[in-house]
Design a binder for this molecule. Structure first.
Ligand code: IPM
Ligand code: MG
Length: 352
């Protein structure tokens, strides 16, 4: 097949991990006979430096014309001035919102070779296999913001339709998995959460009666993620809760450097990025973990291009590289040599 893929490396370790993702994409193209056309563009801090905008019109247009988008990370200390008029993160929010990518899929699994990388005990980690579906274009992130000299506010707002569409998406995935859906909210304190809970119950009872639905308060969910993480199948939650819970859930996998994500809307086009961010402290040193980005490439192949076989091959190759003990610094056992970004990417290519 032919496909156009926009590549947005961004800031910090973004370019390093994206380069490995691109190598894997090209290898998949060659091995399976697909014509992938990759086109690079600016986003985030590097885009601000060159154009004054975190999402230049050119990048926006390229993404709209593409079948899928692979993104590294945005942000860094250079652009951290809280009083700055433009911030790198605005580029990320704008692309998510402009393309209507409201469902952010963040799968979390464990690997036998990585149990020791987690701070949790192996018996707690056994059997962890969950998919967190984070609402991505609403809530506190996008509500009206106000600031005066001695007051600030961020509006948290959700419409029924915004809740319905992401719950439908999550329920659809639960149906293909272990048929359990956990909706996470703070209904004992927030009105948006009460609407979330009511709407979720309605949709699931009407359209997905075959699923088991549970409602869990976000504070309790944070605790259960550490106590009995294998009890979760699909979690669906609003934007901010999903952001926080997935950083927490990365402890189960062993590191943020292992978690991929897919941001989807109603169509096939999606945006794929590791959840870890730009990690300025290790940027430019060639030690960042590329596995989260490479696993994001697998999600891209599956969800935007419909290439399930190729996606599985990439996931299997990452699995094999980890099983061989090719572990970047964030997950290598203390006192053992760790793999560079390029070496880890190469191990995946070798396995492929
Ligand atoms: C994420 C990140 C972003 C978010 C940041 C970089 C704005 O933490 O994708 O999880 O909060 O959405
Ligand atoms: Mg985050």
């Amino acid at each position: 097949m032919k496909a156009t893929i926009a590549v947005l490396p961004g800031d910090g370790i973004g370019p390093e991990v994206t380069a490995e993702g691109v190598r894997v994409l090209r290898a998949v193209g060659t091995k399976f006979g697909h014509g992938f056309e990759l086109r690079e563009a600016l986003i985030g801090g590097c885009a601000i430096d060159r154009t004054g905008s975190a999402l230049p019109a050119e990048t926006s247009a390229l993404c709209r014309a593409a079948d899928a988008i692979l993104l590294g990370a945005v942000g860094g200390p250079k652009w951290d001035d809280p009083n700055a008029a433009v911030r790198p993160e605005q580029g990320l929010f704008a692309i998510r919102r402009e393309l209507g990518l409201y469902a952010n899929l963040r799968p979390v699994t464990t690997h036998p070779k990585l149990m020791a990388a987690s701070t949790l005990r192996p018996e707690v980690l056994a059997g962890v296999d969950m998919l967190v579906v984070r609402e991505l274009t609403g809530g506190l992130y996008f509500g009206e913001k106000k600031r005066t000299a001695d007051r600030a506010s961020d509006l948290c707002e959700y419409t029924v339709e915004e809740i319905r569409r992401v719950v439908r998406r999550a329920a659809g995935f639960a149906r293909l998995r272990r048929k359990k859906l956990t909706s996470v909210d703070k209904a004992n304190a927030l009105e948006t959460s009460r609407l979330w809970r009511h709407t979720t119950r309605e949709i699931v009872h009407k359209e997905f009666p075959d699923l088991t639905l549970e409602h869990v308060l976000v504070d309790a969910c944070a605790m259960y993620l550490m106590r009995k993480p294998s009890s979760f199948d699909v979690i669906v939650t609003e934007n901010m809760f999903g952001d926080i819970l997935t950083d927490e859930a990365s402890v189960l996998a062993g590191s943020m450097g292992l978690l991929p994500s897919a941001s989807l809307g109603d169509g096939k086009r999606g945006l794929y990025e590791p959840i870890h961010g730009s990690a300025p402290d290790i940027a430019g040193r060639g030690i960042a973990n590329p596995y989260a980005t490479i696993l994001s490439v697998a999600m891209l192949l599956r969800h935007s291009l419909g290439l399930a076989r190729e996606a599985a091959a990439v996931e299997k190759a990452v699995d094999a590289a980890i099983a061989r003990g090719i572990l970047p610094a964030d997950v290598a056992p203390a006192g053992t040599p760790s793999a560079s970004t390029v070496a880890a990417g190469q191990a995946v290519l070798d396995a492929l």
